[in-house]
Design a protein around this ligand. Structure first.
Ligand code: ARG
Length: 465
């Protein structure tokens, strides 16, 4: 298949075979970076003019043509087929086509190795912004649900066994805290990624008097990547970013799993509106929580991307290696998948309704207040270990006699410890359990309210980068 001579073909006697070009072409996936690439070229050309490496007039002409190319690509008028190899060459070739040999001055003092590292860092910055916006939105929905269901209790679980009564709001608020750390992880990652790699000039720097600091300032970077070899050869910013996405997905997948459980007939704790549920093509009665299941499933995809980028980078000698071209596939997929999952999750949650009284009766006749009984004895001076053991015996006795703790008489309690008084009988209700909690961060109504106030303030003042 005939194709135009590549811009790098000077030392070659034979053209690259179409098979090799097709195999090595990355434009199908890196064309996504055209805006970043052109923005980088504009900042670069302005610097070349400011440092008098090219004339001001040349700078203006190249800059103007680059802006036109951006619009042409917006409109689908530039050939971005696989023959173009990658987005960097496609833009440069179009520039030369438009303004002739002057276009050849753009690539002074830089290389595609620098360009791709720059484009990715710019794309990462925008992705962080987007994901943080979606995290904040999900946190707001969680806060809304925490306020709406304030007062509803549920069993708190450990090992998927009923442990102690907790407020449902406390459960929602736990996820707000997790997402907050996800938000911070993205900020941390952005902070380290926000350094300019451009001007590494492939790996060793350049003899031309370029001003990297100027380009960094123009493009909103907090300085330059100091070492020119490091600038083009590491992808740790992608590893960190995809790791942050993976942690977001871990959190979402846990909530997704809970929604699957809560909406099962066995739990009957929540329902998801029809608009966010799906049916079965064979079983007419089915209403399935597919959206939550898909979030759970897509988590695996993001973990796959993390594994891919780690494996890709492992053992690569410095500096740039073509292997690294493959980095964009896991990177873009992690961005898209995490974004879609955060987005749908807010919607699923808005459309989730909790059966407020679902556990009320059931919890009264359960053993969830056993820890409260032990703490009751502790308050009477009994060492905790003894109190724990006595309460354990009371539970065993109740199980054996098919009774719940609230069905025991004072006499039965007293049989296990003389420290029991009739006030024990009034504290066997799950509501009094949550109300008795005192420790900071507990599920007591006051502590839960404090969290609600805290997050209302934080989310109202949330600033995005
Ligand atoms: N398409 C390449 C990539 O994504 C751009 C850098 C190519 N550099 C090179 N020396 N061939 O990694």
């Amino acid at each position: 298949m005939p194709h135009a001579k590549p811009l790098w073909s000077g030392r070659f006697k034979e053209p690259l075979s179409a098979i090799a070009l097709k195999f090595s072409s990355s434009i199908d996936f890196d064309k996504k970076l055209y805006q970043e690439d052109i923005a980088g070229s504009i900042a670069h050309v302005e610097m070349l003019a400011a440092t008098k490496i090219i004339s001001a007039e040349e700078g203006r002409r190249i800059r103007k043509a680059l802006k036109e190319i951006a619009r042409e690509i917006d409109g689908g008028h530039v050939d971005l087929s696989w023959e173009k190899e990658d987005i960097h060459l496609a833009v440069e070739q179009r520039l030369i086509q438009k303004i002739g040999p002057l276009g050849g001055k753009l690539h002074t003092g830089r290389s595609r190795n620098d360009q791709i590292a720059l484009d990715e860092r710019l794309y990462l910055r925008a992705a962080v912004h987007e994901l943080q916006k979606l995290i904040a939105q999900l946190q707001r929905v969680l806060l809304y649900q925490a306020e709406k269901y304030f007062g509803t209790i549920m069993p708190g679980y450990t090992h998927m066994q009923r442990a102690q009564p907790v407020y449902l709001s406390h459960h929602f608020l736990a996820y707000i805290s997790m997402l907050e750390r996800d938000f911070e992880r993205l900020s941390d990652c952005r902070k380290r990624a926000n350094k300019l790699p451009l001007g590494a000039a492939a790996l060793a720097g350049t003899s031309l008097p370029i001003d990297r600091q100027m380009v960094a300032r123009k493009m909103g970077f907090d300085g330059i990547v100091e070492n020119s070899m490091d600038a083009v050869s590491d992808r740790d910013y992608l590893i960190e970013f995809i790791a942050a996405c993976s942690t977001i997905m871990v959190h979402l997948s846990r909530f997704a799993e809970e929604l699957v459980l809560w909406t099962s007939q066995e739990f009957s704790f929540a329902t998801i509106d029809d608009a966010y549920s799906t049916g079965s093509s064979i079983m007419p009665q089915k209403k399935n929580p597919d959206m939550a299941e898909l979030v759970r499933g897509k988590t695996g995809r993001v973990f796959g991307s993390l594994t891919a980028i780690l494996t890709l980078m492992k053992g690569l000698p410095l500096a740039y290696n073509r292997d690294m071209q493959e980095d964009k596939i896991p990177f873009f997929d992690a961005v898209t998948t995490t974004r879609e999952c955060l987005f749908i999750f807010s919607h699923i949650l808005v459309h989730t309704h909790v059966n407020r009284n679902r556990f009320e009766e059931e919890l009264k006749h359960d053993f969830l207040i056993a820890t409260d009984v032990a703490e009751y004895l502790v308050q009477k001076g009994v060492p905790f270990r003894e109190a724990h053991s006595m309460t354990g015996k009371i539970v065993a006795y109740s199980v054996e006699h098919k009774k719940s703790l609230d069905q025991l008489t004072l006499k039965e309690f007293k049989h296990y410890s003389k420290y029991f008084d009739d006030d024990i009988l009034s504290m066997l209700d799950p509501y009094t359990s949550v109300e008795r909690k005192k420790s900071a961060g507990s599920t007591s109504p006051n502590e839960v309210k404090k969290q609600i106030v805290h997050w209302t303030r934080v989310l109202k003042n949330r600033k995005l980068q």
